[in-house]
Write a protein that binds this ligand. Structure first.
Ligand SMILES: [Zn+2]
Length: 122
C-alpha cells in the first residue's frame, strides 16, 4: 500500500536529522570559539550572538521533534495523527516530515495557544 511512500518520508526525516545535527554542531562550535563572551549593551556582536543562540535553540527543538517522529515510526505510527488517529495528509508530511499532528489538530492546537494568551471575558 503506502509502505514505500512512508519509507521515503522516513529517509527524508533521517537526512533532515543528519543535516540539522550538522548545522547545530557547527553553530555550537562557533558559539564556543567566540573569543570575547563579554558584550556591551548594543554591541552588534551581541546581536549576532543572540541570533546564533536563538538559531541553535530552534535547531535543538527541531531535532527533538525529528527524534520523536522517528520513534513514532519505529512503533509503526508514523504519519498517523497522535491526537485523532487519522492519517496525516501526505502533502503535509512532505512539507513537515517531523510532524505528528494532522493539520486539523494542529490548527486546533494553535488556536488553543492563542486563546490562552487572551484573557477570558465572562
Ligand atoms: Zn488529528
Amino acid at each position: 500500500m503506502n509502505r514505500n511512500r512512508t519509507g521515503s518520508h522516513i529517509e527524508k526525516l533521517q537526512a533532515e536529522r543528519a543535516q540539522t545535527l550538522l548545522k547545530l554542531t557547527h553553530l555550537q562550535e562557533a558559539l564556543r570559539s567566540e573569543v570575547d563572551p563579554e558584550f556591551d549593551e548594543g554591541d552588534p556582536d551581541l546581536v549576532e550572538h543572540e541570533k546564533a543562540m536563538a538559531l541553535a535553540q530552534g535547531l535543538e527543538r527541531k531535532l527533538e521533534s525529528i527524534d520523536y517522529a522517528l520513534r513514532q515510526a519505529q512503533n509503526g505510527a508514523y504519519g498517523i495523527c497522535e491526537r485523532c488517529g487519522e492519517r496525516i495528509d501526505p502533502a503535509r508530511l512532505e512539507a513537515v516530515p517531523e510532524t505528528t499532528l494532522c493539520l486539523k489538530c494542529k490548527v486546533v492546537d494553535e488556536r488553543r495557544i492563542r486563546m490562552r494568551a487572551i484573557p477570558v471575558q465572562i
